[in-house]
Design a binder for this molecule. Sequence first.
Ligand code: GRF
Length: 191
Amino acid sequence: MTSRWAVLISGRGSNLSSLLDHQDEFQISLVVSSSPTAGGLWKARRAGVATALVPLLAGSKKIDWENLSVLLREKRVTHICLAGFMKIVPPSFVKDWQGRLINLHPSLLPAYPGLESIEKAHADGQDLGVSVHFVSEDVDAGKIISQRRCLKKTEVRRYSLGLAEFIVHVAEQRLLGAAVRFLQTSDRIRK
Ligand code: GRF
């Protein structure tokens, strides 16, 4: 069975964009954003992919995770990729999509989970890299699918933070595409 992906975003969507460039290789069925002004929404629409905003609980700014699952199922989504999605996913949603929910993170996990990973690793003079992992109940802690080191710690100090960030972001886009390609057939999906 071919996977049908939903990509969840919050911002500019450069990683989404790199996936959209390869729609002949994998099927992006829906892009869901936590922000109505996310640049990624325009990129998706331009590529002819359906978009939606995360549903919110009535009278609240909190995400209605149950309804999000309903929406994804209505669109016959089989797998979800969090690409720059800046919201913490609750255990109920993780359980619902276990083994079919992946996240991209700009560090060599388990090093530097959470926010500002590149800045922290750069300031510490540690290896810089990127990870794609299954989402688990703990933030940035699920089983690693794929990782790539971009700069060795012996090189990091020779690069400004801006240049290091650029290198990491390019590596993110490559790694994410490779991981989604790898997970294309459901018999390869294991948690
Ligand atoms: C990426 O670095 C991602 O790993 C991080 O947020 C950034 C999002 O970039 N969590 P974009 O929206 O895909 O351009």
